[in-house]
Design a protein around this ligand. Structure first.
Ligand SMILES: [Zn+2]
Length: 211
C-alpha cells in the first residue's frame, strides 16, 4: 500500500472496515475507519465543541441558588456542573429560550443568570432581554421588570402581535377614558403595557371593530 501524499492516509483501504471507538465527550460509541483510530476522538462536531469548552471555568462563576454544591453559573449564562465537571449545553425550548436540566428539573437559562448576576431591588417578577434575542443570556442583556414592561418591550421589538394583547374590557376602558392631550395614547400605553399604536388603533376602531 502507498501513502496518499495529500492526506497522509493509506490508499486503497476498503471503505467497509470500521472500528468502534469511544467518544471522549459523550462516552458514546461510534465507528471510524482504522486509520483514524488515533486521531478521531469525538462522534460529532457538537461533542468536540462541548469537550473543548469543558476546561475549568474561566472567570467567576456563582452558585446556582438551591443547588450550591451542584452547579455554578457565569456572566454569559453558561452552567458549570460540579458533578460532571463540565459546562452544560442546554437546549432551546419551543418558545426559543435556553433551558437547562438541573437535578432532573427544567430551568430557564435567563432566569438562572438573572438570579445570580442581576440585581432586583424592586423585586420584579419577570426578565427582559434588552436586545430582543431570547438566547442572549449575557447578564448585561438582562433586566428585571414588571409583566407589562416586558410586554411593552416585546411589542416594541416586534416580538409580539399587538392586536391580541388587549382584553375586551381594556378596549372599552381605552375608548371611555381616552382624552385628547389629557389621557393620551402614550399614557394609556404605559398603563396597559402595550405600544402606542395598539392603543390608537383600538381607540379609532381599526381593531376590535366588534366592540
Ligand atoms: Zn460524542
Amino acid at each position: 500500500m502507498r501513502i496518499n501524499p495529500e492526506t497522509g492516509n493509506l490508499r486503497g483501504r476498503p471503505n467497509g472496515a470500521h472500528v468502534e471507538i469511544k467518544c471522549a465527550s459523550c462516552n458514546g460509541h461510534f465507528s471510524v475507519q482504522p486509520y483514524r483510530i488515533r486521531t478521531a476522538r469525538f462522534c460529532s462536531l457538537r461533542c468536540k465543541k462541548r469537550y473543548r469548552s469543558s476546561d475549568k471555568p474561566e472567570g467567576i462563576i456563582r452558585p446556582v441558588k438551591g443547588m450550591i454544591n451542584d452547579y455554578g453559573i457565569d456572566k454569559t449564562g453558561r452552567i458549570w456542573s460540579f458533578k460532571s465537571n463540565r459546562w452544560l449545553l442546554g437546549v432551546i425550548n419551543t418558545q426559543g429560550y435556553v433551558q437547562f436540566e438541573l437535578n432532573g428539573k427544567s430551568y430557564l437559562g435567563h432566569r438562572l443568570t438573572a438570579k445570580a448576576w442581576v440585581k432586583n431591588p424592586k423585586n420584579y417578577p419577570e426578565i427582559n432581554h434588552k436586545d430582543g434575542h431570547k438566547t442572549n443570556n449575557y447578564y448585561m442583556n438582562l433586566e428585571w421588570c414588571t409583566s407589562s414592561q416586558n410586554q411593552k418591550h416585546a411589542c416594541q421589538m416586534g416580538l409580539q402581535k399587538p392586536r391580541y394583547k388587549l382584553s375586551d374590557a381594556e378596549v372599552s376602558y381605552i375608548r371611555k377614558t381616552y382624552e385628547f392631550r389629557k389621557n393620551t395614547y402614550e399614557m394609556l400605553a404605559k398603563e396597559l403595557g402595550v405600544c402606542k399604536d395598539t392603543i390608537r388603533r383600538a381607540y379609532k376602531g381599526e381593531t376590535w371593530k366588534n366592540l
